[in-house]
Design a protein. Structure first.
Lengths: 245, 611
């Protein structure tokens, strides 16, 4: 049964992989427009992969469309947060943008938490969670069964510890899941956007951001979206000026 | 013209002198005043009775020459004797205090050089009474003692006027204003004219074309010759009643002098001409300036009548390329007072102060023309921009209302620039720094090979396999707990368990004995019973059956705290076994009951020994 499912998955996946191979060939042949079309068709078919977004980001970078490059690198990073290549290229693309937004100094603990969460993906953490749970229950069982005092103590404490770890990894997984499924960050796509104090054309102009800047979506109203910058500034801009990651 | 006339007169005089024998020749110098104030004008006349030429004036170095020499000549014919005189007039102004001598002038007449007398002029500080009297005269007065007109005559025949086209205006409204001299005398020239400086007004002068012209005009029903000295357009910058200072002019008038001598026929016929200088002064003019009515519109402060238009030289441009925004204001009014157009440019644009070009026409009826503003804009980033609409409000004094003109919104498409020079110029310091750091580095190559791809909505967390993975160990664990709990439940009463075990063990040992109950073989039954108990005790205390004696058994069991009651029971059973061997008849009772009591006994023993 399981083998059957795996086989059928492979069968359905083989066709888009062909597209991917030829797209990679187009990229190495410096036919970036062609590669972009092919990668996009892969995504439009309903597939999602950090690899595709990463490669797409590279194509846009080569075409000097840094906003789109950043957008795709961010998408790739969401799916595969621990990948060093993605982080590296995203960093380089970010250097090409106009705005240098100094992030609000994050609490050490929060920063540490984010880094820990980014070690693995939603799937990796979920599997770890199941494994830890399994071992924890085994340990607790051994505590219940054994007449040996040492084994009983070991089993109890190990079981509790692993149970706690299992819970933590579940939270990690959930965090990653939320990050992927929610689209609360966006990249500015227009060359220059004036952020206003209210969702209206005549709103007080607060500040200007340029293409490639990353913003956090706070809320939307009509054609306007309220965004927040890494430095804490907040204001309204037209939804059409940004694209969600 | 002037010298031409002089030559003509000289020629005529010489012609006459050639055939008329002139009796006496006399050359005198006279001054109109010998005591003058500083700055006051006076005349010095050199008169030659007769004919002459080659006049050499004295030095007037102590005075300023304000006019002249003017020459006049007169002819007289008395009893057939013709006489003639030539007068040369200098107008002088005293500059410094003191007593000065005007030296002798010389002239050649009749082959002789004649010298005039010298004159001493005393210059005093302040204005002599004569001057004061003149300034009190509103319409002008004689400046020259030689002027023959009275003040009244001057008033009627020679005056200067400032004529504004209107005297009640709004602030900032243009007023064409004219300074005119009206005359009925033979006005020859102006020596000096002062015009008001229009304090409180912004003044535009109408450029003068060529020479002053004489026109005819009726004033109070009388025809005058009119000279327009100056035309301006003034724009009041304050409100209230503003007084315009009077204008003054010094007019040189040619007057005919009639001879009083009845014998002087020539003089009576022709008279003689002389030039007189009259100072005239205008009445002051007051302009009533009304403030502009209140308005809630954004008013730029311009008054008049205007049109405005704006244009961008291109509608699409690359980032960092310049675009020109031209705005032209044209109409009637003081365009120079519009110094900028209050545009709100998109904040990401670089823009500079506008270049201003004027095309102004100042005419006697007002100021009109156009003023162009040329703004250079440099968009720094790509995008679709709008230069917002703008209202331009002016006050129209003819309609007495504010009029708002609208400059429409303008669209500008900015395409991506040729390179990233914008970033470099805008943020050069930081970017350069980072560029240096990144020199020689590039993005990493694409990922090839087959990395796992999912359907977009295919996540492991919360999926069926995930829940299966989570709940299967939990269910197993729960199952395990339940099984174990039941097990513990069963094991809860430890005694009954042991008893059950001991009974089972006792029953096993008494299995052989049990087999003889059915056949009611008393002897065999007790034999087996004895053997079973011996084996049990032997096993229990690991003592060989051969060494088992009643004493050793009692000793061991007492050691193990077996109750005396149980010991008694055991002893009874063992006694019975021995009695059966030797005297079977003494042993009575049901074999079944014995069997059961033995089982109970062993169970009891087992229980007590373990404890």
């Amino acid at each position: 049964m399981l083998i059957y499912i795996a086989l059928s998955f492979n069968a359905s996946a083989s066709a888009p992989y062909l597209t991917l191979d030829s797209a990679n060939k187009a990229y190495s042949g410096e036919k970036y427009d062609k590669a972009i079309t092919m990668y996009n068709s892969f995504i439009n078919d309903g597939y999602e992969s950090s690899q595709v977004y990463f490669n797409l980001g590279n194509c846009y970078y080569r075409k000097a469309d840094y906003a789109r490059a950043i957008l795709n690198y961010e998408k790739a990073k969401k799916l595969n947060p621990s990948d060093a290549d993605i982080q590296f290229n995203l960093q380089i693309a970010n250097l090409k943008t106009t705005d240098k937004i100094t992030p609000d100094s994050e609490l050490f603990l929060a920063n540490w938490w984010h880094k820990l969460v980014d070690i693995s993906s939603e799937k990796g953490w979920a599997i770890t969670c199941i494994l830890l749970l399994f071992i924890a229950l085994l340990s607790i069982s051994s505590y219940l069964v054994s007449r040996n005092l040492f084994i009983r103590q070991l089993g109890f404490w190990l079981g509790m510890l692993l149970l706690a770890f299992s819970l933590i990894t579940f939270l990690f997984s959930r965090e990653q899941y939320n990050a992927i499924t929610s689209h609360d960050t966006a990249i500015v796509m227009s060359g220059s956007v004036t952020v206003k104090a209210s969702p209206a054309d005549n709103g007080t102009q607060l500040f200007i951001i340029h293409e490639g800047a990353k913003v956090w979506i706070v809320k939307s109203e009509g054609t306007w979206t309220e965004v927040k910058l890494a430095n804490g500034s907040q204001g309204w801009l037209l939804t059409s000026d940004i694209e969600a990651i | 013209m002037k010298t031409g006339r002089l030559k003509y007169i000289l020629f005529f005089a010489l012609a006459l002198a050639s055939y008329i024998n002139l009796s006496a020749q006399d050359f005198t110098a006279t001054a109109t005043k010998t005591t003058v104030g500083i700055g006051e004008q006076f005349q010095v006349n050199f008169t030659l009775n007769g004919n002459g030429g080659s006049f050499t004036p004295p030095s007037f170095s102590d005075f300023q020459n304000a006019g002249g020499p003017y020459q006049s000549s007169s002819f007289q014919s008395v009893n057939g004797v013709n006489s003639q005189s030539i007068t040369l007039t200098y107008v002088l102004v005293a500059n410094k205090e003191g007593s000065f001598t005007i030296g002798a002038a010389s002239i050649k007449a009749g082959g002789k050089t004649l010298q005039s007398n010298t004159l001493t002029i005393k210059v005093v500080k302040g204005t002599p009474p004569a001057q004061q009297q003149k300034s009190t005269a509103q319409q002008g007065s004689k400046a020259s003692g030689q002027g023959s007109m009275t003040d009244e005559q001057v008033k009627q025949n020679l005056f200067i006027k400032i004529i504004p086209s209107k005297t009640k205006v709004y602030e900032g409204e243009g007023i064409p204003i004219t300074v005119k001299v009206y005359t009925r005398v033979e006005l020859q020239n102006f020596q000096d004219a002062t015009f008001p400086d229009y304090t409180g007004f912004y003044c535009e002068n109408v450029p003068q074309k060529g020479q002053l012209e004489l026109t005819r005009e009726n004033y109070n029903g009388v025809a005058y010759q009119v000279v327009t000295l100056k035309q301006s357009v003034i724009f009041p910058q304050r409100t209230g009643k503003l007084k315009i200072d009077p204008a003054t002019a010094q007019c040189v008038v040619q007057e005919r002098v009639r001879s009083n001598d009845p014998n002087d026929i020539f003089g009576q016929f022709f008279g003689s001409y002389k030039r007189s200088v009259y100072n005239i002064k205008s009445d002051p003019v007051t302009i009533d300036i009304e403030p502009l009515p209140n308005t809630d519109k954004e008013f730029t402060g311009v008054v008049g009548h205007y049109t405005i238009k704006s244009s961008l030289d291109k509608s699409s441009v690359k980032a960092n390329d310049a675009v020109n925004l031209n705005v032209t204001v044209s109409g009637d009014g003081e365009l120079k007072l519009i110094d900028s157009i209050p545009f709100q440019f998109p904040p990401d644009f670089d823009h500079y102060d506008p270049k201003i070009a004027d095309h102004l026409n100042v005419t006697p009826s007002g100021v009109s023309g156009s003023r162009s503003f040329s703004y250079v804009l440099i968009p720094r980033h790509q995008g679709k921009y709008k230069i917002p609409a703008l209202d331009f409000t002016y006050f129209d004094p003819s309609k007495k209302t504010y009029t708002t003109l609208n400059l429409p919104e303008m669209d500008l498409d900015v395409a991506k620039g040729d390179n990233n020079s914008a970033t470099v110029t805008v943020n050069s310091a930081t970017v350069n720094k980072e560029d240096v750091k990144l020199l020689g580095s590039d993005i990493r190559y694409i990922h090839t090979g087959h990395l796992p791809a999912y359907h977009s909505d295919d996540y492991f967390l919360y999926s069926i396999p995930f829940f299966a993975g989570i709940f299967s160990p939990i269910l197993c664990f729960i199952g395990f707990i339940i099984v174990r709990r039941r097990h513990i439940e069963l094991n809860k009463d430890a005694t009954s368990v042991k008893q059950r075990g001991a009974t089972r063990m006792a029953k096993k040992r008494l299995k052989a004995a049990n087999a003889f109950i059915a056949s009611n073989n008393k002897e065999k039954f007790y034999e087996e019973l004895h053997k079973a108990i011996s084996d049990y005790l032997s096993d229990k205390f690991t003592i060989p059956v051969a060494d088992l004696s009643r004493e050793s058994i009692t000793l061991k069991l007492t050691e193990k705290n077996v109750t005396p009651d149980t010991l008694q029971k055991l002893s009874t059973v063992l006694d019975n076994c021995e009695f059966v061997r030797y005297a079977p008849a003494t042993v009575t009772g049901n074999l079944n009951e014995v069997y059961n009591s033995t089982v109970t006994l062993i169970t009891q023993l087992e229980d007590e020994i373990v404890r």
